[in-house]
Unconditional design. Sequence first.
Length: 118
Amino acid sequence: MKKTFIKRYRNESGSILILSLLITSIMSIFLFTLIRTTYNEHSLSQMEMINLQLDNIHRLATEQFIEVTVVDQSVTYDYPHGSATIRVTDKDEDTLTFQVRASISSHRKTRHYTIQKP
């Protein structure tokens, strides 16, 4: 039956090359889409992990932060998976504003905090 179909297809179109190119094209598109989707999911997972680590560094640094008295003075904390730099940007009698810049290799995240003194 299979040979009959191939013979009939060859007779109608003149070559089986068109059918094989069509099947190859469909398989290539499917494979490319599968690889691309897998790569995107892996990249997203890595970015989520880096963001969690940066958030953890922010939390650790703000817990360790000791009030500094000079504006624009910075304190750096080093951790096994990254570092954080805290710089006081403004200080009033009742508020303290500072920024925390956490970094892991080439990834950085900066946040600004304001603390009101009791």
